[in-house]
Ligand binder design. Sequence first.
Ligand code: GLV
Ligand code: MN
Ligand code: MN
Length: 410
Amino acid sequence: MSVNAVIPRLAELANIGRHEGGIDRGLATPQEHAARERFAAWGREAGYTITQDIVGNLFARRAGTRAGALPILVGSHLDTVPTGGAYDGAYGVVGAICSLEFFDERNTQTTHPVEAVAWAGEEGSRFPLGCLGSSVFSGITNAQTALVLTDMDGTSLHAALASTHAGLLNGVPMRESLKPSAYLELHVEQGPVLERECIPLGVVTAIAGQCRYRITVEGESGHAGTVPMDLRSDALCAGADLVLTVESAARTIGNVVATIGRMTVEPGATNVIPLRATFSLDVRSPEASRIRAVDASLRDGAVRMQCDRGVRVDIEQLEARAFAPMDARMRQAVHRAIASLNMQAIDLPSGAGHDAMCLSQIAPAAMIFVPSIGGRSHVGDERTAEADLRRGVEALAAAIVEVDRMLESN
Ligand code: GLV
Ligand code: MN
Ligand code: MN
């Protein structure tokens, strides 16, 4: 049964890239490629039309009944953060394809074609752009700009996608560019609200805005034993000072979160004063003014580091995504679908980013959440109860039908 298939399929994907701490499936790695292969195989077996695009977005299309009707897109992503979990992204992709099969089983026809989508590189963990595939698809990022992005080893996305075991899928044709008529995404909540409220489903009201940065601090290297403390320009100490400046700013400003999740120190030896410290910064809030306030503190802090510690600080903003409200009529349609199944749902905002942020720029978009146990995600042991996973797929399938109807009544 298609709804039950969500469990073994997620387990199958979870084995691709799994290691002791979690799952590693960065975009255009052999592991992520293998996950895309599985998705394409499920789609082919069900008789759907499989296509891809030049950045690796992958589509499985079930035909609609009206010629020329624009597709309803339903999807999420197959890449993970390093040591990520089994459900973030994968659930929405597997849920989408299971919904299409559910329609086959019940002989449900939709007027619009429905495409299950695996968006390329939502996490931005390997190449420095979150929502990479959906951003290109939505025309926010130029494909060429995305293809020249490089990972930490200097490999470009273009080169990674050209490789046989990690790149685009063999023999899968390119998708002709068809604007979607609507977008739906099923996802684990990744926070504690649904569990706390004992409600099995959430309808997302809006997704927080976010900015991502790369910050490079350059000081002066030297011998760890000979240079007195007051004559040093230690890049790591200045970087650490800046990190705490940002943390304190975010705490003071409120309703904003700031995370420094990655830092590298060069040359990286115990007995060498750090020459360079490079770190990431991720800032999110539903209010753009609060993100701007953290940005201002960061820049003030950088000037202070230059004066007080004699280092140079370079701040690159890599990504800025605006607060993204979900479409009111789509949300109502999702609520109607959930009510028709006698299931309960509440409205809630998303602090996590999603491909729906980008799709909402070109089509009416909505998202459905299911509870995350302990509110935990972006960790190897993230979990959602099996009954909740199945329920989410049923809700998604009903929502697709309801959205199809809503679009027809326009
Ligand atoms: C994606 O999971 C994000 O919110 O960064
Ligand atoms: Mn996700
Ligand atoms: Mn994620």
